[in-house]
Ligand binder design. Structure first.
Ligand code: AMP
Length: 283
């Protein structure tokens, strides 16, 4: 496995293998791998001749008071894990390689970022869309794999691929969870043992929403209140949002009449966690 740090070398590696007729699958990440990341690598590797994993903690998707400088990192472990998953390349550029002096272009979406996490994180999806556009142009993959854990991000990327005519197949992978239900996240390392116990409220509340919908509850306001009550019943939690919305447009719904995305963001201590589930009332 090669570690590539420059845009030029990454583009030329990709061009060389594709001239030989070999296919490239990309998994974009910010590193500090867990089983969620590894599942995306397995998917991309199964679909393509070459797996390229990008590892870049993208500063433009962090707001001013967010955890950019504290973001967990263990490059040697990540390189080893990506190698074990059969990666041909880990693309791990320094910041100035992606954002050189006088960098001034960004990719912004009009409406998808106006929902869910975009409300509290106004610069986030512009940063994501810009860096993913750059990664697509640098790595030139035929397939790129993302996790449904970041559901809104996945929708943003599907939309930008469509809008900007990237010839890339976007694959969404299901959320990988710990045995007790907590969605895996690089940020889970910030949690104290007490907070780790409280973080279980997120997945529990999604199970509750699913059960209530299966039992016939259709009113979004009532479902939101019950989900929020369950979560805030745990210590150290502060609800940022609980939303029931259309999984495509992310527009809020008042009643559950079709598959609905139940999405949550919760502060547990100082750590912001997200989780979601698509629930089909017909099942
Ligand atoms: P990150 O390194 O947090 O930016 O995540 C990189 C990719 O891994 C994104 O596509 C995430 O949606 C995905 N991912 C993160 N956590 C999980 C998880 N628990 N299950 C599945 N995919 C995940």
């Amino acid at each position: 496995m090669k570690v590539i740090k420059t845009v030029e070398e990454m583009q030329s590696w990709s061009e060389t293998v594709q001239l030989r007729g070999e296919t490239v699958g990309l998994v974009p990440t910010m590193g500090y791998f867990h089983q969620g990341h590894l599942s995306l690598m397995e998917t991309a590797k199964a679909m393509c001749d070459h797996l390229v994993v990008s590892l870049f903690v993208n500063p433009t998707q962090f707001g001013e008071n967010e955890d950019l400088d504290a973001y967990p990192m263990d490059l040697d472990r990540d390189f080893k894990l990506a190698g074990e998953k059969g990666a041909s390349v880990v693309f791990a550029p320094p910041r100035e390689e992606i954002y050189p002096a006088r960098f001034q272009t960004s990719v912004e979406l009009a409406s998808l970022p106006l929902h869910l996490c975009g409300l509290k994180r106004p610069v986030h999806f512009g940063g994501v869309a810009t860096v993913v556009t750059k990664l697509f142009n640098i790595v030139r993959p035929g397939v790129a794999v993302f996790g449904a854990k970041d559901f809104q991000q996945l929708q943003v990327i599907r939309q930008l691929v469509k809008d900007l005519n990237f010839n890339i197949r976007i694959v969404g992978n299901p959320i990988v969870r710990e045995a007790d239900g907590l969605a895996m996240s690089s940020r889970n390392v910030y949690l104290s043992p007490d907070e780790r116990a409280s973080a279980l409220g997120l997945s529990r509340s999604l199970e509750l929403a699913e059960r209530l919908i299966q039992e016939g509850e259709r009113d979004a306001a009532s479902l939101r209140a019950k989900v929020a009550d369950l979560i805030t019943g745990f210590d150290h939690t502060a609800m940022e949002y609980v939303t029931l919305c259309d999984p495509e447009t992310l527009e809020d719904v008042d009643r559950v009449t079709a598959p609905v995305l139940v999405a949550l963001a919760v502060k547990v201590g100082t750590t912001r966690l997200i989780d979601n589930r698509v629930i089909d009332p017909a099942q």
